[in-house]
Write a protein that binds this ligand. Structure first.
Ligand code: SF4
Length: 283
């Protein structure tokens, strides 16, 4: 059996920072709130919940009951949430990833200057909702080339385009190519896909190309993990998205199998190691 790990995988800087912030506060206090799940990984969320992390989904409804600090996760939030916390004198720790913050600054600057904003990404993803919360005027959200085409972009208006940090880099390239080809010189395009995402996507494809089976480890509700799954599946039909070692598809593995391993940005090392150890023990 051959196990090949992707060169880049697992916890990214932004997610690690948010988890470290939560752990540090919980070392000193018995409770901290997280606005939304701090990380799309059930194992990590359960461990932190045992230490005192409480997830709140709707801040407006819970604002009167807050009796501890709030952690803003790496996805970030819109301006209104920050104002709500400040207006209610609630202490918060802002663990928004700096790369996401820079998108907030871009959309805020351009929208204040009259540009319409185009966000390439998933409209239901918290990062995209947070980005939209810093836009001063009209904006559009599109998560595919077809949706970009359907926007009916007016060549007489000014637009600024940004992208969700974990978006599929290949689809983003297609969007940029389409805009170039159709002479949309009125669009300021910012490739805001994060390096960590690009490196993880490129190295997962390399591994998948040379594997009989690929295990993509991560939360099934994690956007960046799902992108890794899609990319690996293009190269290797036997690609499986698993949350932890309990979901290893043993029936496809024997002593001659070449196994590729990759993991989403919200998958900690210990979850990856548990998978590898269990795969080896099945030999
Ligand atoms: S994927 Fe990139 S932008 Fe998103 S949290 Fe991680 S480092 Fe930050």
């Amino acid at each position: 059996m051959e196990i090949k790990k992707a060169e880049h995988m697992g916890f990214c800087f932004g997610v690690k920072n948010a988890v470290d912030c939560a752990v540090k506060v919980l070392d000193e206090h018995s409770k901290i709130y997280s606005y939304g799940e701090i990380i799309h990984n059930r194992d990590v969320v359960e461990r932190l919940a045992d230490k005192g992390l409480v997830v709140i989904e709707n801040l407006e409804d819970s604002i009167d009951k807050i009796d501890a600090k709030i952690l803003i996760r790496s996805h970030g939030v819109g301006r209104k949430i920050i104002e709500l916390l400040n207006d209610n004198n609630i202490e918060y720790i802002d663990a928004t990833c700096p790369k996401v913050k820079s998108i907030h600054r871009i959309v805020n600057k351009y929208s204040s200057q009259g540009y319409e904003i185009i966000v390439v990404g998933d409209s239901s993803h918290p990062e995209v909702i947070g980005i939209a919360g810093w836009i001063e005027g009209k904006y559009h959200i599109a998560d595919s080339l077809d949706e970009i085409k359907a926007l009916d972009i007016d060549k007489d208006k000014k637009y600024c385009l940004v992208c969700q940090t974990t978006f599929n880099n290949n689809i983003f390239k297609e969007v940029v190519e389409f805009l170039k080809k159709n002479d949309y010189t009125n669009i300021v395009t910012n490739n805001t896909i994060c390096d960590a995402t690009i490196k993880r996507q490129e190295s997962c494809s390399d591994v998948a190309e040379n594997s009989d089976i690929v295990l993509v480890i991560g939360g099934k509700n994690s956007s960046n993990t799902k992108k890794l799954y899609e990319l690996c599946k293009e190269k290797c039909d036997k690609t499986f998205l698993i949350e932890n070692y309990k979901e290893i598809p043993y029936k496809y593995i024997d002593k001659n199998t070449k196994i590729g391993i990759t993991a989403g940005a919200s998958t900690p090392d210990w979850v990856i190691e548990e998978v590898i150890q269990n795969v080896r023990e099945s030999e």
